[in-house]
Design a protein around this ligand. Structure first.
Ligand code: ATP
Length: 298
């Protein structure tokens, strides 16, 4: 019987891994309707172990040849640094993340991960190296432990606790009567947006990828939750190469570089303070969000 159990258990783990990857990605990218667009080249390679940089080199992209979406986008995220992408709805922020994940191939230019053109990397290797914290995480009708373990089925108890601690989730869970055995999801305990995001971060950290993409939720949050999310993102990004797709500028003030996208072009870039002093589009967005925050919190 054990001979039958091992392969079946292995299949179960594989199935869960694939389901998990698909769930987060579909949520992030709204990809349910799109198929697999790219194929591995016969000579595609693995990625080196350890930290990885990300580089976009004059990337052009269109979904439909009649409408170009990205125009000559160039930036670099050195290994271990955090870059934020901000810009109005439809400016192309998620498209940048989709190209990094190689859901599509660029129409011009190239995307590099760890100095390798993503078209020369095995897709499985590329996707294993990238963790995603989607806007709105799907929680399964199961325990908190199960929901975290989904990041890497078979992870040990210590690894799960370490991920929960790093995601600043542990204290919250430890105070629940059933702890990590608490059931969540539609039929269990309802978690707040911030708590769900911490489960998503714990999941992504358990996967332990060198590259993390955060897709920040668009919905309005009170300033306390906003601060908590900012510190969660910073803690999770530490020691990794991170790209934060941000809707609230206050959550990315400390990014090493902020890119402002408009109509698929980078129109401004720099650290928060220098962008503010430029009095350009970033400073205008900042002023508007400060005003909105005042109105929400009064
Ligand atoms: P938001 O802040 O609203 O999430 P965004 O800045 O992430 O927006 P993208 O999702 O990258 O914007 O979209 C950029 C442009 O590409 C939009 O005009 C959008 O309509 C278009 N677009 C996105 N996905 C597709 C697709 N699968 N097919 C065709 N056009 C698309």
């Amino acid at each position: 019987l054990i001979q039958l159990y091992i392969p079946l258990n292995f299949l179960g783990v594989m199935y869960r891994e694939i389901r998990q990857a698909l769930t987060d990605i579909e949520r992030m990218f709204g990809l349910l309707k799109t198929g697999r667009e790219v194929e591995d080249r016969p000579d595609a390679t693995e990625l080196p172990a350890g930290a990885l940089s990300v580089r976009f080199d004059r990337v052009d992209f269109h979904y439909d040849p009649k409408r170009q979406i990205l125009h000559g986008v160039s930036f670099e995220v050195p290994a271990g640094k955090t870059i934020a992408i901000v810009g109005h709805s439809g400016s192309g922020k998620s498209t940048v993340a989709r190209l990094l994940y190689r859901f599509y191939d660029v129409s011009g230019g190239a995307v590099y991960v760890g100095d390798l053109d993503t078209r020369a990397i095995k897709q499985d290797a590329l996707r294993r190296a990238i963790g995603i914290v989607p806007q709105d995480t799907v929680l399964f009708n199961d325990t908190i432990r199960y929901n975290i373990e989904y990041g890497r089925p078979g992870a040990s108890e210590e690894e799960i606790l370490a991920a929960a601690r790093a995601a600043q989730l542990h204290d919250f869970v430890a105070h629940l009567p059933d702890g990590y055995q608490t059931r969540v999801g539609e039929r269990g305990l309802k978690l707040s947006g911030g708590e769900k995001q911490r489960v998503a971060i714990a999941r992504a950290l358990l996967k332990n990828p060198p590259i993390l993409i955060f897709d920040e939720a668009t919905s309005a949050l009170d300033s306390k939750t906003e601060k908590a999310i900012q510190s969660q993102i910073e803690a999770a990004a530490r020691g990794r190469t991170a790209i934060v797709i941000a809707h609230r500028l206050s959550t990315v003030m400390n990014a090493d570089e902020i890119l402002v996208l408009d109509g698929g072009r980078i129109v401004e870039r720099g650290a928060h303070a220098s962008l503010l002093s430029q009095n350009g589009p970033y400073a205008a967005m900042w002023a508007l969000q400060q005003q909105e925050a005042l109105e929400t919190n009064t």
